[in-house]
Design a protein around this ligand. Sequence first.
Ligand code: DAU
Length: 341
Amino acid sequence: MRTILVTGGAGFIGSHLVRYLLQQPGVRVVNLDALTYAGELQRLSELEGEPRYVFVHGRIEDEELVAQVCRRYEVEGIINCAAQTHVDRSILRADAFVETNVRGTYALLQVARQQRLRRFLQLSTDEVYGEASEGFRYAEDSPLQPSSPYAATKAAADHLVSAFVRTYGVPAFIVRSCNVYGPYQFPEKLIPMSICNALCDEPIPLYGDGLQRREWLYVEDLCRALWLLYERAEPGRVYNVSSQEERSNLEVVQAILQLLGKPQELIRPVPDRPGHDRRYAMESQRVAALGWRAEVPFAEGLQRTVRWYIEHRPWWERLRAAEYAQYRRQWYEGYLHSGQR
Ligand code: DAU
């Protein structure tokens, strides 16, 4: 039996990955998660009683705990999905981002180094490259020019990973993904926020002119890439994972409203967020050379996602009534309109 430590396994991407890994024969998963506002064990409720799955409540910054967990369960490698991920929140305050994304990654790398783990996959983001000009796509060796405090902490973590490879020979590698979407995504992100607001007949705030462009990847496609790379990536390398499904935010929201049969008038232009990158786009030739490509077209993935949110209303209604309600007021009704920078 091989044991893999997935950090942030109660989060959106992490929970899909835990489920995906457990479909692989001979794999046991230890899920270490701090259960912050975005971590939700309910995402994995069907795994109760699964003998190849262990949940540990704790923070990745806690090096001693991570070391204990790795020893106790004879962990062979780490997939680091634990992160503070919401760009807008990092604009309000980035303390938690520095703590989890930078200090946390450092603690995990320390354990990987001390216990000579076999693999270390750092999940990163296209945002570390900064804004991509029209017609240009970032390759893996492009320089890092993060724009938001969030992206800066992810870039810092990427640099730590590279330094640990070069200095200590830790067999780590970095996976940079474009925007991911699908079931169980926290309702603060553009796609679930638009679906949930529309289902509640509430306006959908669109930053600036809404013509910022992102590539959208269905979460199961990302999980396939992560597993393939965990098995086959070369230590020290960076792997971009992108879908080439580039859409403007306006197009995405329009498509959601159309699927739901809701009026386009629900779209509400609001002031742009500061430092907002207009476009991200990546080449992902390295993972393609290993046989991966995105399989779920955007139209199909979006349809599946919309259906899922319609069928799981109690799940997101509970989250929207909790901490998120306060954040929404602070961000949308306060900060964005205050002109405060
Ligand atoms: O690019 C990968 C990144 O995608 C990940 O590294 C981040 O962790 C993840 O949060 C996501 O960042 P974004 O800022 O792109 O995600 P979000 O879904 O929040 O926003 C997508 C686009 O929609 C972005 O251009 C901002 C815009 N937007 C978002 C919100 C929440 C709006 O126009 N209005 C909104 O209310």
